[in-house]
Design a protein around this ligand. Sequence first.
Ligand code: FES
Length: 173
Amino acid sequence: MADEHKIDNAETAADLNRRQFFARLGLGSLSIAAAGTAAFAYQYLQPNVLYEPSPIVNQGKPDRYPLDSVTLDVGAGIYIIHSQEGFFSLSAVCTHLGCLTAWKPDLGIIACPCHGSKFFVHADNEHRPGDKIEGPAPRPLPWKRIWLNEDGDLLVDRSTDVPPLARDSFVRT
Ligand code: FES
C-alpha cells in the first residue's frame, strides 16, 4: 500500500514536471512569435525613405579654377567652367544613356566615351556651351545652378537646371 502511494507521488511529480516543461515551451514560443510580429510591425510602420546625398556640392574657392579652364568633378558629375563671362557649371552626365563625359582639351570639346556624343564648351554665334555637336544624345548638357556662399565658396545645385547664358547662370567675382 505504501509502495503504491510512493509510485503515485512519483508519477504525479513527473507529470507536473512535464506539464511545467510544456507550459514553459509554449510561453517561450509565444514570446518569440510576439517579438517577431513586433519587429515586422515596426519595419512596416517606418517610412520607406532612401537617404541620398545632398544635390548641393561645394566646389571650393573660385581661385582654384584658372581662367578658361574646364574642371570635371567626377564624384559630383559636373564641370566647373571659368570663362571670360564668369563661372558656370554643366552637367557631366551624357543625356543619351547617362555615361560620364570627359573634357578633351586638345579638341576643346566635351565627349562621351560610350556612343560618341560631343558637346560644345565654348559659345559662338550659333552655339551655347553644352549644345550637342554630334552623336545620339537627344539634348544639350544642362547648365546647373551655381552661386557663392557666405564663405566665398562656389556651390552647385545638381538638381536645378538653369537657362544657358542667362545672367544668373554665372558667378562673377
Ligand atoms: S551615353 Fe553618351 S552617347 Fe550614349
